[in-house]
Ligand binder design. Sequence first.
Ligand code: GLN
Length: 442
Amino acid sequence: MAAGINAFVTRERIEGGTGPLSGTTVAVKDNISTEGVRTTCGSEMLEEYVPPYDATVVERLLEAGATIPGKTNMDEFGMGTTTETSHFGPTRNPVDTDRVPGGSSGGSAAAVAAGEVDAALGSDTGGSIRCPAAFCGVVGVKPTYGLVSRYGLVAYANSLEQIGPIASDVGTAAELLDVVAGPDPRDATTRFGAGERPDDVSDGPDGHPAETTTYADAADGDVDGLTVGVPTELVEGAVEGVVENFETALDDLRARGAEVEAVSLPSVEYAVAAYYVIAMSEASSNLARFDGVRYGHSADAGADAGDWNEAFARTREEGFGPEVKRRVLLGTYALSAGYHDKYYEQAQNARAWVKRDFDETFETVDVVASPTMPVLPFETGEGLDDPVKMYLADANTTPVNLADLPAISVPAGRAEGLPVGVQFVGPAFGERRVIRAGSALA
Ligand code: GLN
């Protein structure tokens, strides 16, 4: 069955050393560089690109003893919510193969859900770990911006994205986070690792001592006294089956001693719009390097030999799929002289507002909870013609990236036979809190 879901772009084993992850298989999303093993980003542009070095997270996995069985399928350059924009064909949801696994880390989540691997790494720019985790009924963690090194991650929108773990239970995901987290001299945005937490972020309510150092230790399911804020704005737009499962999850938390209260995040109304302007703007700049000279696909110069502009354009026309082209065009437009203030700057203002809203909310609650995705997994093919519908599905995940915060998605039952995910968001570097809250449910 598993072979039929197209979770892998490349199956090539990379054996690790000896360590805490010995005997564990960890699949790696195909936008994370692996020395000697091709790294395609789901794109024709990089179909034959073989990195000369390992990403820091890959180095850490191998040092910890993990075996990497291959590279997983993804939306092209991470641009999508379904893993259908991949040049290598769509990945199927193992729970229902007529449905999408979510995206863009759909191959990673599907491989875990199908039992093909013990765990996987994904990357999350606007929900790409949490969405597929929710759609496939597994656990995904999007770390605080700066907790995990992005060295060797092929950039889509670098101010928003983080690498994070996907696994079938919270404990395994947390163990993987322990391995990959922490400062890296090759990524100047990295900060605290396990045991180096800033003093102002406690593990949550009283009774969780500061000497708890690993993320895995925090997966103890103890939410007694935890205050959970539920932003009405992130529940209102969800379909009925999702809301019902979410309410049941809140009841579970209450039964375990958590307090649930309504909170408001008025700025999130603008999150999807702001996210897409920023993500596309950064993408237009980041993807400029794929010109047929430095990396990957190079169009046959033919009649254009000697005309650099023509060769560049032809390479990009052939190498990029429609969603990537759409975003490069829109991003270039948003950054162009005369429009920069109207779009990019406004989006940055909205981003600051979303951050402020979360900061204020964390003055009164320990974590924020919402459905991860407002919808159930789409049928394969359903959304390909309607990009705006796809973008709107990111309503609950994108605010978290705009605010640089940590979040976890955990499975919370099924509606119409399809998995539903619940998301917990914490204050910056409050990974332990969201892991603890998530472990109460899954
Ligand atoms: N669906 C979002 C997008 O297409 C999220 C992608 C991601 O997190 N990489 O941008």
